[in-house]
Design a protein around this ligand. Structure first.
Ligand code: FE
Length: 365
């Protein structure tokens, strides 16, 4: 079988189809195969680690606007990377969506992405939130939304000024109070990788050790579980991605409202290097059968309407320049603005191996 790609004047995308060499014999056969090929190019296969039900509208709007049908495979970051490796050149994946900087970095490092050249994306997404451009002037992946890793505390038992830096999570004054999900979870690996850029390896190890001795319980559950632990009083302080808290703040469920009542939030390190910000992002798969559609989809994600969706639907911040959002929970949480750190997301990814070694050394589960 061979794969043939033909650019037809009336179509925006090259038409792509596969056939046996022996089949290229008559014009009639070619016409049949061309129509089959067209159906194929009007599809897009997405492997997504975005686990947010509100994203359905994001995909639906793309199909409505372009006529391109989306087929989606949902898994977590690690599962997607493993699947791409197992499938190799036979993978049907066109677009890969991951929810963490260090995983995007890993996907790039393992050669799973097809670097692309898009002026639209380069203009829209600041350099801090995308992979470094390679020697051929192409970029392996882009961030499309950002999320802050914030600190929540129990308003009755903890003072905000005692937990307004990441460093204080390890301070003996917070002994027995800290709740946090597994240190090896990508959200924490990225946070710790960023902290290592600021504190250096030795001090980071001390910091991780201090957090272990401050824990109220062994790491378990996701970020929302940590927030609920703070509300119940089992924990005094916890670490969470900002959108999990915003989701509870916007919930109409009385139980969620009661949780929100009890917790305060701080954006750490406002008077030093700023709050750690992670990204969710996307790339074109190395062996994408529908590359043109994949690029079109990534460009769509940088559009103001899709960027607004990230803000309104999943309470993230847009990564694209100049997009204004109107999200009451994010507004209430930040007072409008906050200082975020500026460590490049690729550096955060590169530090993760070292961070995992430190975690093992200090017994951070
Ligand atoms: Fe998440």
């Amino acid at each position: 079988m061979i794969r043939i790609c033909v650019k037809v004047k009336s179509q925006p995308q090259p038409i792509e189809f596969t056939m046996n060499l022996t089949q290229i014999t008559t014009t009639g056969m070619l016409a049949v195969l061309c129509s089959t090929g067209f159906a194929q190019t009007n599809e897009l296969n997405i492997y997504s680690a975005r686990h947010y039900p509100t994203d359905e509208a994001l995909y639906g709007n793309f199909t409505k606007a372009t006529g391109i049908k989306i087929n989606r495979v949902d898994a977590d970051d690690a599962g997607i990377i493993a699947r791409l490796k197992a499938e190799g050149a036979a993978s049907p994946a066109d677009v890969i969506l991951l929810v963490d900087a260090s995983r995007l970095w890993r996907g790039e490092a393992e050669g799973l992405f097809k670097p692309i050249s898009s002026k639209l994306l380069n203009d829209a997404i600041p350099e801090q939130f995308r992979a470094n451009t390679d020697s051929a002037g192409q970029t392996p992946w882009y961030g499309f939304s950002t999320r802050a890793r914030v600190i929540v505390y129990n308003k009755t038992s903890v003072k905000s000024q005692d937990v307004d830096t990441y460093e204080e999570l390890a301070d003996p004054k917070n002994k027995g109070k800290l709740c946090i999900r597994s240190g090896s979870h990508p959200y924490n690996l990225s946070l710790f990788g960023a902290v290592m850029e600021h504190l250096g390896e030795k001090q980071t190890e001390q910091w991780l050790k201090g957090m272990v001795s401050n824990m109220a319980r062994s790491p378990k559950g996701g970020d929302t579980d940590q927030i609920k632990g703070v509300a119940s009083g089992e924990c005094g302080v916890a670490v969470t991605n900002s959108y999990y808290l915003a989701r509870l703040m916007r919930s109409t469920n009385p139980e969620d409202k009661a949780v929100v009542e009890k917790v305060g939030v701080v954006f750490p390190n406002q008077s030093s290097w700023g709050t750690h910000v992670n990204i969710a992002g996307g790339a074109v798969a190395k062996h994408a059968p529908n590359t043109a559609n994949a690029i079109k989809f990534l460009e769509y994600l940088a559009s103001p309407s899709a960027q607004n969706h990230f803000a309104d639907g999943n309470n993230e911040w847009p990564a694209a320049r100049g997009v204004h959002i109107n999200n009451p929970a994010l507004q209430a949480m930040t007072g409008g603005n906050f200082k975020s750190e500026t460590v490049h997301v690729s550096v955060v990814g590169m530090n993760q191996v070292k961070v995992q070694q430190l975690l093992d050394r200090v017994g951070f589960k």
